[in-house]
Design a protein around this ligand. Structure first.
Ligand code: HEC
Length: 181
């Protein structure tokens, strides 16, 4: 008579099944399907591919200066969507870099921001005096009071990121002419 052995085997089997079960419900999002940008991912963005832009659409309260768009990398040709992990930055650059207005959009996952600019997470950043990027806010759009207004007309209702970017769905939410897919 040797009951302990089968019991041990059963317990081992049960814990393996339990572990498999847990693995299915608690599974982390696989790498490649999702990219959560951190402040450090923006370090050195001024060295990325840069395009001068008209800067007609700028956030209310931005200190005036030339406007640029930076792309960490250009999308491979032939795609209809920017790949997850794509990082784009738009700046307005007065002389003092701590006063720059820095907005960004990062392709976070195919389903993020499904009600707005599908796939994209929006950001505002500032640079410290030693050029370290710090994220002020992030998400599907800005916190209240951080919208865009018509230049020179403070009475207009502020627009949020997706008011303009979701409309550019034929180019996956991206408006800069040089970044056409
Ligand atoms: C009034 C319309 C409008 C609103 C609102 C708007 N944008 Fe844009 N955005 C533009 C235009 C137009 C461009 C193309 C570059 C240019 O001409 O300034 C652009 C470009 C960008 C780019 C570079 C990638 C691209 O699409 O070309 C980023 C990043 C960006 N905007 C972030 C934001 C964020 C973050 C918000 C919300 C806080 C926002 N934008 C709100 C109009 C808008």
């Amino acid at each position: 008579m040797s009951p302990p052995v089968p019991i041990v085997v059963l317990v081992a089997l049960a814990s393996v099944l339990l572990a498999l079960g847990c693995g299915q419900t608690d599974e982390p999002v696989p790498v490649g399907d999702s990219f959560i940008a951190l402040g450090r991912d923006f370090v050195g963005f001024t060295e990325w591919e840069r395009f001068a832009v008209p800067g007609d659409a700028i956030p209310t309260g931005a200190a005036p200066g030339p406007a640029y768009v930076y792309a960490r990398e250009l999308p491979p040709p032939g795609l209809s969507r920017f790949p997850v992990g794509t990082m784009l930055v738009k700046t307005i650059e007065p002389a003092d870099l701590t006063q720059w207005t820095i907005h960004a959009m990062v392709k976070r996952s195919p389903t993020f921001n499904a009600e707005g600019t599908v796939g994209w997470e929006f950001f505002e950043l500032v640079l410290t005096a030693d050029q370290a990027p710090v994220i002020l806010w992030r998400g599907t759009g800005p916190p209240s009071g951080h919208g865009y207004g018509s230049v020179g007309d403070p009475s207009t209702i502020p627009l949020v990121c997706s008011d303009c970017h979701a409309g550019a769905w034929t180019n996956d939410g991206v408006l800069t002419a040089e970044l056409r897919l």
